[in-house]
Design a binder for this molecule. Structure first.
Ligand code: SF4
Length: 101
């Protein structure tokens, strides 16, 4: 077995990998969707267990549901009272400001 029979396929595979990597990067730039930063703020106020006890697949989906008024804070079963109060205050403030704009 000569060296070319090893290096050539490895080089071709590396080249294909490089080109596919560039394509994936390009597609991610073209289809980038800017997300509402409020979602992350709500997620930070949730327990972040991603347990699904709220009926959503994870805390991010629960945050989106809270912001769309499709869920209430105590749908999150493991949330502590103090955290729930803080989250509810954040949501009240968010909805109050939303009405003004
Ligand atoms: S129940 Fe609470 S901790 Fe569990 S996934 Fe839902 S929001 Fe996250």
């Amino acid at each position: 077995m000569d060296l070319v029979s090893i290096i050539l396929p490895a080089g071709i595979l590396a080249g294909i990998g490089f080109i596919l990597g560039l394509l994936i990067n390009l597609v991610s730039v073209i289809f980038y969707v800017k997300e509402d930063p409020t979602i992350d703020e709500v997620v930070d106020l949730l327990p972040k267990y991603n347990c699904g006890a709220c009926g959503h697949p994870g805390c991010k989906e629960m945050a989106i549901a809270l912001l769309n008024k499709e869920s209430v804070v105590f749908d999150c079963k493991p949330i502590k009272k103090d955290a729930a109060k803080e989250l509810q205050a954040f949501l009240d403030n968010y909805f109050k400001n939303e009405k003004k704009s």
